[in-house]
Design a protein around this ligand. Sequence first.
Ligand SMILES: C[S@@+](CC[C@H](N)C(=O)[O-])C[C@H]1O[C@@H](n2cnc3c(N)ncnc32)[C@H](O)[C@@H]1O
Length: 300
Amino acid sequence: MDGSGSGWARSWHSHASGCRVRVMRLPALPDFEPGWVWLVGAGPGAPGLLALLALKALAEADAVVYDALVDERSLALARPGAILEFAGKRGGKPSPRQPDISRRLIRHARDGRRVLRLKGGDPFVFGRGGEEALALVAAGVPFRVVPGLTAGIGGLAYAGIPATHRDVNEAVTFITGHNVSGEVPDGLDWPALARGAPVLVFYMALKHLPQIRDRLIAAGRPAGDAAAVVSNAATERQLTLVTTLGRLVEDAEAARAEPPAIVVVGPAVRMAAGLDWLGAMAGRRLDPDPLMLKTRREAG
Ligand SMILES: C[S@@+](CC[C@H](N)C(=O)[O-])C[C@H]1O[C@@H](n2cnc3c(N)ncnc32)[C@H](O)[C@@H]1O
């Protein structure tokens, strides 16, 4: 056994066949103490995308306060007997106010429970995790943050769109499609985004898609730029639409793209022709030269 300083224990087992198998054991995970709140990101969709710490939290929590975007299959991993409380937005119905959610977390913690606040994606990416954590700070309730895979990275990966690719972009920009009052954010420097940010990843953008498209094009982004909508990413209902910025609104309507959805604009979208691994599982033929770099090199 090699307990190397990495915190991972390794051991080698020899089999009768002569092959050697390396077995890795997880390092000790932190204790989930009563009276603590763990703010945990569940990732987008598939429960397989939960972090190990998120899984541990689900197995041990006394109370789970979860958002609408948390997949039911992830919730099903909660300890039998745990209190499960919904705290998300449900189409058309009044949604809980943020201060009420924070109060609930504080009350559970003060009652001595291990409280799991489970949010879709990552709690600190357009997820109000910071607000909830600050309320815990103000109340003197100890907390831990367990980051999750954000939809703007993991959801795109499920559509074969890399957030960065060396031949394509040296930066990626995450943008919310609506601000705190539900409008297209006015504080953004749209000309700078249109001209300077090669790959734009929009969250919560479907409602204001026409305005977003118009602002980008008016600010100089070519209408022919590649664009995609990935709706319900990493779930059985995933829909991936690859189009152009100019056709984005019409094509999203025609495809009946629904929230939750990520909208991405920029050349990274073209990589899907080569990297749509999910499509390949359904028979799609992948192109090993999606940007036509090799073809151009050979031609020129
Ligand atoms: C309130 S934000 C939460 C973002 C989340 N904290 C994250 O890091 O992914 C909700 C938005 O996240 C995006 N989103 C979350 N889950 C998604 C999914 N499975 N597929 C596509 N978009 C998703 C959508 O843009 C949705 O409107």
